[in-house]
Design a protein around this ligand. Structure first.
Ligand code: NAD
Length: 426
């Protein structure tokens, strides 16, 4: 990530630039833009938490509700030391259009806490998660705002948050949060849903541009929830995973590696990362993990954080297709460079929408009190992702625009139609 790129566009500026491109193509009026572009509500809290040593630390937290036009706000909660209100606004914005692209009945929201969770004990993490949810309790609800996991949050944290909500409301309302453990009514298939949706998009894109997946090579940046399972599923589809990385380094093997072994390796390390993976003798370590993005592969999957492919490195990207597992991994300058080079990008608001799709199925099951098998959930996910991919591809052809702009066109049309149909209250 170059410093130059960081100074040029903040994530929210990036998001609104993407919006503006699609809005221009659609000739949206000023009134239409006014109704759907800016976040509806931005909340900031300071969360005092007692540390194990008795001291009190105050953490800054945010919840942004970008839109509730098509349904309750929906979007994950991120725990990361670099969280800013601008980033949370961008992530909430992308959720609005992501939900619209896949046609799930939600608006967009996102939450974040400025914390490096690696510095906290499990008990401290639990107290922080509970305090966040308690302080923002009135914002949340199955018909108001439904959070889920994001970077550095997981099903256990969702469980603590649900429990906190239930204690405040004096009722058990599992539909207030998704991505929960199965024991408390999470959905079968949710854990791998983002990755499965991504793999379905990769499969469809491979068909479209004539790549044989059984001979394809793949590099994955970020080996967390999204990246690791994306590797596992693509490997099952026949692809060869030649490079992976996480916060502790990047690793490659020209012959391809076993993703299963890599996942098992992370389970054995103290930090649950790939640290020291080269010592197994099965992979080599990059001196500079960012080189993974420039690997000569068919498919590149950025699945870590924003702004990884920038104007500084875009020209050296050799992949034929990029599947954006992360939100906002490509800066607008890089996007233009890659488009001109003929690289096929499956944009984040389509590519990683499998997670929110199965979150929707989890919410539906919670509200029915009736639970589906993993096969049933995966069948629905398959249909939703294939339909969304085809809608975006058809729109790209119709308007002669890149897939990213096409995805925004599909999303913006749906949000605008809903906003205009509802009209303005008071
Ligand atoms: P995660 O915390 O499980 O994993 C993040 C991974 O990125 C970790 O392996 C971490 O070590 C790695 N990482 C962090 N900084 C890095 C760096 N500089 N270089 C290489 N790797 C780095 O998070 P996740 O849930 O897998 O989310 C990853 C991305 O996908 C985020 O952008 C998130 O918003 C997006 N996303 C997640 C979901 C979901 O369902 N979890 C859904 C849609 C989008």
């Amino acid at each position: 990530m170059t410093e130059k790129a960081i100074r040029e566009f903040t994530p929210f500026e990036m998001a609104t630039l993407q919006f503006d491109q699609a809005a221009r193509t659609l000739h949206l009026t000023e009134n239409q833009i006014a109704m759907i572009k800016e976040p509806r509500r931005v909340t900031e809290v300071n969360l005092p938490v007692r540390m194990d040593d008795g001291s009190i630390r105050v953490f800054k937290g945010y919840r942004v509700q970008h839109s509730i036009v098509r349904g309750p706000a929906k979007g994950g909660i991120r725990f990361h030391q670099n969280v800013t209100v601008d980033e949370v606004k961008a992530l909430a914005f992308w959720m609005t259009y992501k939900c619209a692209v896949v046609g799930v009945p939600f608006g967009g929201g996102k939450g974040g806490v400025v914390v490096d969770p690696r510095e906290l004990s499990t008990n401290e993490l639990e107290r922080l998660a509970r305090r966040y949810f308690a302080d923002l309790c009135d914002l949340f609800g199955p018909d108001k705002d439904v959070p889920a996991p994001d970077v550095n949050t997981n099903p256990q944290i969702m469980a603590w948050m649900l429990d906190t909500y239930s204690m405040h409301r004096k009722r058990f309302l599992p539909a207030v949060i998704t991505g929960k453990p199965l024991e408390i009514y999470g959905s079968e298939g949710r854990k791998k849903a983002t990755s499965r949706g991504l793999a379905i998009c990769v499969r469809e894109m491979a068909k479209h541009i004539g790549i044989d997946l059984s001979k394809a090579t793949v590099a994955i940046q970020g080996f967390g929830n999204v990246g690791s399972f994306a590797g596992e599923i693509l490997e099952k589809m026949g692809a060869r995973i030649v490079a992976i990385s996480d916060v502790d380094g990047g690793f490659y093997s020209k012959e391809g590696m076993s993703v299963k072994e890599a996942i098992e390796y992370t389970h054995k390390t103290l930090t649950k990362t790939l640290k020291g993976f080269e010592k197994t003798g099965k992979v080599k370590r990059y001196d500079d993990p960012m080189k993974l993005l420039e690997e000569d592969v068919d498919i590149l999957i950025p699945a870590a954080l924003e702004k990884q492919i920038t104007e500084e490195n875009a020209d050296r990207v050799k992949a034929k297709a990029i599947a954006e597992g992360a939100n906002g991994p490509t800066t607008p300058e890089a996007d233009a460079i890659l488009y001109n080079k003929g690289v096929h990008i499956i944009p984040d608001i389509l590519c990683n929408a499998g997670g929110v799709t199965v979150s929707y199925l989890e919410w539906v099951q919670n509200r029915m009190g009736y639970y589906w098998t993993e096969e049933r959930v995966n069948e629905d996910l398959e249909k939703v992702m294939v339909n969304a991919f085809n809608a975006v591809l058809a729109t790209a052809k119709e308007y002669k625009v890149k897939m990213r702009t096409a995805a925004f066109i599909v999303g913006i049309q749906r949000v605008t139609q809903a906003a205009e149909t509802r009209g303005l209250y008071a």
